[in-house]
Design a protein around this ligand. Structure first.
Ligand code: ADP
Ligand code: MG
Length: 552
């Protein structure tokens, strides 16, 4: 599949996607053209058959009626085919946008990703795509249909009399200039709609995630009130967008009727004077109607497409962030396996002007076992994220051998570093999936990792063993079991550097000791273990214990 060129293609709009699938789109447009042409032909046939009635010619009337019915059957048959092709290309384009969003998310930096909430991203994959389908794709094809109808109607009217074309041009100018007045307003309403909706989805996600907390503290009312507020946040801007669109549509309808009456009057005069067929009063009226309706629909479709713009801009914003904040061209692609160690020299880091770590220096030698201790909030987790390359905006120097971490691509670092985060995350899948993350490992490798993380006995007591489903974020496991699944995951992936952020805090002493002993006895492993506190006895087992004082 074709990829977005992240570096050069800074603004994404609907044209990009329509162009990417131009072959598929061309076939839809081809069918639309044929359909609209046939509809105009049907109107011309109707004129002929009515002329048969006026001329009291039964044979002519029946013949043209038969041809007319055949053409209508053809129109309905082709409508089915056109729908198939249209829905297919819409499916392809929607999937591509989702794929582009996920690729762009992977290119975001750690901090830039966490600046937005999961709910907002979720809303992009769901709500926003629905809106794009309604406002952009459907309106685009409707607009093409209307434009082709208008073009064919003009040609057909011209075959009747030139003055009808002049009249059509006058009405076209009026109908096309009117909606320009509403462009900005519709675009603004579209932007408000997308912002409010993603905020609401975020809030709903929070409320559902925090469901237990609210119930335990008897805050059912708050749950109801906030879900209703979120619901209002989704519905209100949508309502405003819809009714403003409705009013604009109604206004355009009035203009349309005036134009239509103008056409009918002209056909009437021409027909009474015997310049055109009398039968033109029926089919000709339809042609004028189609022309005006086509113009009016086109203008509404153009308005809809303007209100889809903010949804595409949201995706473009990510690309902007990605190129500016993160992927530095100078970043080194390949990092060799660490030979000596990690050196931190006078490292400071602050989150939004608030110091989290100040002037910290340390040396972690290859194969060494290090403990980091200190009170809560002193910057232990931050320090691990600095080594992981997640926070490249630090001052001072952090080197892996001779390479400065801020100049390395984090993905390259992650090939040699495993990390057990403080708040373990588990997928709502089997234990096996959670430890392998879909990669192939031998049974022996898995078993050794399970033993080293003291999880094998727990598994024996689970009827489904490794196939046990852990529940949403590991809800079916105990806190200690969750931590051990995370430890197994890290050990199985067998990186030479292991960062553990209070990874045994929820474990009983016996299991915690067993795991720590296992980790400490691996000669090749460089271990940096963050702990709230360690006993004097435990401290002795580490190569060195660093104490963080905090940046206060
Ligand atoms: P520790 O792991 O030692 O408990 P952390 O490294 O998690 O401490 O946090 C250090 C300080 O940085 C704390 O004061 C914390 O409030 C702050 N902090 C941590 N993460 C963020 C963040 N994403 N944004 C802003 N401040 C943060
Ligand atoms: Mg922490």
């Amino acid at each position: 599949m074709e990829q977005i060129n992240i570096k050069t293609n800074k603004s994404i709009n609907m044209i990009n996607y329509l162009k990417r699938y131009w072959k598929e789109n061309t076939s839809v447009i081809f069918f639309l053209v044929i359909l609209c042409g046939l509809q105009v032909v049907a109107n011309m046939l109707m004129m002929q058959s009515f002329q048969g009635i006026i001329d009291r010619n039964m044979h002519q009337f029946m013949f043209w009626m038969l041809v007319l019915v055949t053409v209508w059957f053809l129109i309905y048959g082709l409508t089915g085919v056109e729908t198939f092709f249209r829905c297919r290309v819409i499916r392809i384009m929607n999937n591509t946008i989702r794929q582009d969003i996920s690729e762009i998310l992977l290119k975001k930096g750690y901090r830039s990703f966490h600046e937005q909430s999961v709910g907002e991203y979720l809303s992009q994959f769901t709500n926003d795509i629905n809106q794009i389908e309604n406002l952009a794709w459907n309106s685009f094809y409707d607009c093409i249909r209307s434009a082709v109808t208008v073009a064919f109607s003009i040609v057909a009217l011209l075959t009747l009399h030139w003055s009808l074309l002049v009249a059509s041009i006058v009405t076209t100018v009026i109908m096309l200039s009117a909606p320009k007045l509403f462009h900005k307003k519709m675009e603004y309403l579209g932007t408000v709609c997308t912002q409010k909706q993603s905020e609401a989805v975020s809030r709903l996600k929070e409320l559902l995630t925090g469901y237990d907390v609210l119930r335990f503290f008897n805050q059912d009312q708050l749950f109801i009130r906030d879900t209703q507020q979120a619901s209002d946040q989704i519905e209100n801007p949508k309502f405003r967008l819809a009714y403003v669109k409705g009013f604009v549509g109604a206004g355009m309808g009035c203009v349309n009727i005036i134009c239509q009456m103008f056409h009918v009057a002209l056909i009437g005069i021409l027909s009474v004077r015997g310049i055109i067929l009398q039968g033109a009063l029926t089919g000709g009226g339809n042609l004028c109607g189609n022309l005006s309706a086509g113009l009016s629909n086109m203008t509404q479709d153009v308005l809809s497409m303007s209100s889809a713009k903010p949804y595409f801009e949201k995706i473009s914003v990510h690309i902007g962030e990605t190129t500016e904040n993160y992927i530095e061209p100078k970043a080194e692609m390949q990092i060799e396996i660490m030979q000596n160690g990690i050196t931190m020299n006078n490292v400071s880091f602050c989150y939004n002007k608030k110091d989290a770590l100040k002037g910290f220096s340390a040396y972690f030698e290859k194969g060494g076992k290090y403990a980091l201790i200190g009170p809560s909030g002193c910057g232990k987790s931050t320090l691990l994220k600095l080594i992981l390359g997640c926070l490249p905006e630090y001052s001072g120097s952090i080197r892996l051998d001779n390479r400065e971490i801020r100049n390395c691509r984090p993905e390259q670092l992650w090939h040699q570093i495993s990390y057990i985060e403080q708040d373990v995350f588990l997928f709502n899948d089997t234990i096996l999936y959670n430890i392998t993350l879909g990669k192939e490992f031998t049974k022996e490798q898995i078993w050794t990792a399970l033993q080293d993380s003291a999880l094998e006995n727990d598994l024996l007591s689970m009827p489904d063993g490794l196939d046990t489903i852990v529940g949403e974020n590991g809800g079916n496991l105990s806190g200690g079991q969750k931590q051990r699944v995370a430890i197994t995951r890290a050990l199985l992936h067998n990186r030479s550097i292991l960062l553990v952020d209070e990874g045994t805090s929820a474990l009983d002493q016996e299991n915690a000791d067993r795991i720590e002993n296992n980790l400490l006895s691996k000669p090749e492993l460089t271990l940096i273990l963050v702990s709230h506190h360690l006993s004097e006895e435990q401290k002795k087992r580490f190569t060195k214990v660093y104490t963080l004082e905090g940046a206060f």
